[in-house]
Write a new protein. Sequence first.
Length: 144
Amino acid sequence: MSKDEVVKLFEELGVFQAAILMFSYMYQAQSNLSIAKFADMNEASKASTTAQKMANLVDAKIADVQSSTDKNAKAKLPQDVIDYINDPRNDISVTGIRDLSGDLSAGDLQTVKAAISAKANNLTTVVNNSQLEIQQMSNTLNLL
């Protein structure tokens, strides 16, 4: 609201009713921000869980390769992991590996896991920061 609109509101409703209405607008705006932040946090939490699941799938392949008696053992990534990495919405880049669908050594699998784990950690940080922001917004609402 502009300054003139606020002055007009106070003149039409009186100081007390206008102040209550202004607080109501402020409370609603702050509440809407908190709801939107919670929705964003919820999506980041789901994405973090998915990323961690994918990292665990890669970890299982690493364990298979490392427990093999063949010192040159390799393993293929599960298709779910390949699809997850190739999905542009996930923004994951694995450097140094050209063909994710081929046989990968334990070192290559570690590289893939590190890229996915970095994504999971970033998403967890987003969730933690969102929780702090929601707490701050809640404190602000309590002051109104």
